[in-house]
Design a binder for this molecule. Structure first.
Ligand code: SAH
Length: 356
């Protein structure tokens, strides 16, 4: 029966798993490095071109493995240069990744799940609920494939795990993907400092993350009291603000690093001066940087973005309290590529017609 089984995408294998597979097939373990270099550094499409491996090895690999690319269904380009990639996965599900050109570099925003189970009230991805976790290979492939598309890939330096899904709810696959993405010997070679994972704050996984990676951390705080946060982010009932911030205080930060706190500004909900002052007090003692994200309005969600003057006042109060605070005006709004807007129209259409 074995010959009938489907081949595996080799990107689903961690180095350890590849080493044991090679050993069990009589191939020396050090070959794993060579193979992965071909895949991630040289962007090989076939095993045939891996000419520093013996012919029999290459044949054996191609009998068992494939080297997949994600199927690009669509690439939309915004007026500001932001590009939204729509990928179709093997099982027909879709995910999105967003490439954002900045002054001197590119930032890529990648997804960790199809849909999301967190149910944040202001987020479009949440509305369809959770479909499934992405595999390690599907997470890594977003970076590998898009890197292959960029001419001046040296400028492609920053990654944010802020697309669809809650990365810490897909813990092991995310960690395995980070390990390949930040590996400089045979992986995609990104600096872990420039790889930011953004989370609603699942406390047990957060503590593990600090021990197991040196990726940068962003916490979606979005409110300064539990009542408001419970309403906006259901996860707060399980992990209330004080417990989350205590976990942040214990987070093992490397020297000169900080935790970014994201704060979506919603008119009349969390944008008062009282909120700004409370936020400043809450974050005391944490090496914190604050990203204010004026809410991206979208159909079907009643929240509104505050007036510019309110946003500026909020920032000013935080500045006065000595926090580095940046207002993140989202890019790619005309193609629905902005924060919290990643939600695949294909699948929305499909679920609407199913309901009809
Ligand atoms: N689940 C992770 C990553 C995905 S959301 C997390 O919650 O951090 C990435 C960021 O976009 C979060 O900070 C979230 O609060 C923010 N966001 C979601 N919807 C938004 C919207 N409509 N406007 C502005 N920011 C939004």
């Amino acid at each position: 029966m074995a010959f009938k089984s489907e081949k595996t995408d080799i990107k689903e294998f961690t180095i350890d798993r590849l080493v044991s597979w090679l050993e069990s097939h009589g191939i020396k373990p050090y070959r794993a490095n060579q193979i992965l270099k071909w895949i991630y550094i040289r962007q090989a499409e076939t095993f045939d071109i891996m000419t520093d491996l013996r012919k029999e090895t290459r044949k054996m690999l191609s009998l068992h493995f494939t080297i997949n690319r994600l199927e690009k269904t669509q690439i939309e380009t915004s007026q500001d240069g932001t590009q939204k990639y729509l990928f179709k996965l093997k099982d027909g599900k879709h995910i999105e990744s967003v490439l954002i050109p900045e002054k001197d570099h590119y930032t890529l925003c990648i997804s960790s799940q199809v849909g999301c189970a967190q149910g944040c009230r202001f987020c479009l991805t949440a509305r369809d609920g959770f479909v499934r976790n992405l595999t390690m290979g599907e997470i890594t492939a977003q970076v590998r494939d898009i890197k292959n598309d960029i001419d001046d890939s040296k400028r492609f330096t920053n990654l944010v795990l802020m697309g669809m899904g809650e990365p810490l709810a897909n813990y092991q696959n995310v960690i395995d993907a980070i390990n390949i993405i930040t590996n400089t010997e045979f992986g995609l070679g990104f600096s872990s400092r420039r790889f930011t994972l953004s989370t609603v704050g699942l406390i047990p996984e957060l503590s593990k993350l600090g021990r197991e990676t040196t990726a940068s951390l962003a916490i979606s705080l979005n409110a300064t009291d539990n009542k408001t946060r419970n309403m906006l982010m259901p996860i707060n009932r399980k992990y209330p603000i004080e417990n989350l911030l205590e976990a942040c205080r214990k987070y093992p930060l490397k020297r000169n690093r900080n935790i970014t706190f994201e704060y979506v500004l919603l008119k009349g909900i969390n944008d008062s001066e009282k909120d700004a002052n409370r936020l400043a007090r809450l974050l005391k003692g944490i090496n914190a940087k604050i990203n204010l994200i004026p809410f991206n309005e979208h159909e079907g969600i009643d929240f509104k973005r505050p007036e510019e003057s309110v946003i500026n006042k909020f920032q000013e109060i935080l500045h006065r309290n000595n926090y580095t605070t940046i207002i993140r005006h989202s890019k790619g709004q005309d193609i629905s590529a902005a924060c919290g807007q990643l939600r695949v129209r294909h699948e929305i259409k499909r679920s609407i017609s199913k309901d009809a």
